[in-house]
Design a protein around this ligand. Structure first.
Ligand code: FAD
Length: 454
């Protein structure tokens, strides 16, 4: 028997339930397949940074499969047509894939099911491959999802997890058909210069390093911008180079306060996925409309995108995003709050810019974190506004994060570095750094008026 293992964003061999089921634990033949589908590009998800990372992931997966007597078969085209053609060519009886819950993923699954049915080929989807706890596996009475994180976390923590599966030792794969080439890696000039390399091998190296070297300190240090002590595993989780289930097991086994805090962040990831699964429209529409009248302000939007708002912490975050295709969570919160609440620009504009650069960007985590910050999502305090100066003084106390990303300010020390407009005019003029785009007091008054809070 031949079964197809259709990889999507579960690009790994360790703790890989889809491959495990498709290979029937090594007895039958398995055809590992990845389809590079133009629909992904058309839907706006194929930013150069992510395409480069994906290329690395697929190259690594192919290498690791070959080391086990198998290989990755790549096709370019629409998933339903390509997979159906492969099933017909190889006489495959089943196609296995990870369950995924965005509107895009569901439509893809439905079309694949329709394409396979006339061939008599069964489509088997596997839950809890992309998240540790499947959407729908932790729901409150009378609803299809949790709208508030804390009760979700309590419930999530009690859901029994699968034991992580070891990578398969050997696999049997039919010799035909031949693979198309991997989707190309975009030219370097289109990419963030400090983009992390993709792939499971790199992911596991980073995970080991993180678990042994830094996890302990995470509870105390995760908000310290300059120290950069978070795991940076988000891109590897996004592409499934690492299993969220395995990470939760490691965190639980370590039993430290840092591990508990880390596990909580992994629960946030599952939380947003279960909101999106229940409300796929939340990728585009306000989850909780607040009657916002967003401002059209293209020059201010551009200044924010370019990291030239005149608020050093905001600019540092935006420049880190461009340089690395990644941004520290605290900086994501401050830059997002600045765009939606201080400038009054629609969260969709910000989310689209993040999507064009973030290597870890996915619909659930990006769109729903944006909505959380904008106050149109699941935050129980939707009207709080993060003050970029106060946040800078608290989380970048000595200014090292700003100095790293905003070289115009590198010779300033804290706290002056966080409020350069307060410097003597001549000194400020020498810096070549913009004046603040808006005054915070006025912006905050405008926000309160927009939300009808006064
Ligand atoms: P760690 O602090 O080491 O956390 C471990 C893992 O937990 C992360 O890798 C991530 O998978 C998960 N996680 C942590 N915080 C969150 C969170 N708030 N929501 C969901 N999962 C979380 N994360 C993404 O993975 N993709 C996105 O597109 C994304 N967009 C965001 C947009 C905004 C406006 C904000 C405020 C946050 C966004 N986040 C997103 C969440 C968070 O910023 C990143 O997951 C985190 O910075 C990744 O760094 P890390 O791996 O070092 O995280």
């Amino acid at each position: 028997t031949v079964r197809i293992c259709l990889f999507t964003r579960d690009l790994r061999l360790a703790d890989q339930p889809v491959l495990h089921a498709a290979s029937a634990a090594g007895r039958d033949e398995v055809l590992p397949v990845f389809v590079s589908d133009p629909a992904v590009t058309a839907a706006g998800f194929a930013a150069p940074n992510r395409l480069a990372f994906l290329h690395d992931c697929l190259a690594d997966l192919d290498r690791e499969l070959r080391a086990r007597g198998s290989r990755l078969l790549v096709r370019h085209g629409a998933v339903p047509a390509e997979v159906a053609a492969l099933a017909a060519d190889t006489g495959a009886t089943e196609v296995h894939m990870a369950a995924d819950h965005s509107a895009f993923a569901r439509a893809r699954e439905a079309s694949l099911l329709a394409a396979l049915a006339p061939l008599g080929v069964r489509l088997v989807t596997h839950e809890a491959v992309i998240t540790a706890v499947a959407p729908g596996a932790a729901v409150p009475a009378g609803s299809d999802h949790y709208a508030v994180f804390t009760p979700y976390l309590r419930r999530w923590s009690g859901v029994p997890l699968r034991r992580p599966l070891p990578p398969p030792p050997r696999l049997r794969t039919p010799a035909a058909p031949v693979s198309d080439p991997l989707p190309p890696r975009p030219d370097a000039d289109l990419l963030s210069p400090q983009l992390a390399p993709g792939g499971e091998t790199e992911a596991r190296r980073r995970m080991q390093d993180w678990l042994t070297g830094h996890l302990d300190a995470y509870a105390d240090e995760h908000d310290a911008l300059a120290d950069d002590l978070t795991s940076r595993l988000s891109p590897y989780l996004h592409f499934g180079c690492l299993s969220a289930t395995e990470l939760v097991h490691h965190a639980r086994a370590s039993g430290t306060a840092g591990a508990q805090a880390f596990e909580r962040q992994l629960a946030w990831r599952d939380f947003h996925h279960q909101v999106l699964a229940a409300r796929p429209d939340a990728a585009r529409h306000d989850y909780r409309p607040r009657g916002d009248h967003w401002r059209e302000a293209p020059d201010e939007l551009k200044a924010w995108q370019d990291g030239r708002t005149g608020y050093p912490l905001v600019d540092a975050g935006m420049r880190q995003l461009r340089a690395q295709g990644w941004m520290h969570n605290r900086a994501r919160m401050v830059t997002a709050s600045f765009l939606c609440k201080t400038l009054g620009i629609d969260w969709r504009e910000g989310a689209a810019h993040f999507l064009s650069l973030l290597v870890d960007a996915d619909v659930a985590n990006n769109q729903l974190n944006w909505q959380w910050v904008a106050g149109t999502g699941t935050d129980t305090r939707p009207n709080r506004v993060l003050n970029p100066v106060a946040q800078a003084k608290r989380y970048d106390t000595d200014g090292a994060y700003v100095r790293r990303w905003v070289p115009e300010l590198a010779r300033l020390s804290a706290p002056a570095i966080h409020e350069p407009w307060k410097l003597p005019a001549a000194l400020h003029a020498e810096l070549g750094y913009p004046d603040p785009l808006v005054a915070l007091d006025a912006a905050s008054a405008r926000f309160r008026a927009r939300r009808g809070l006064d």
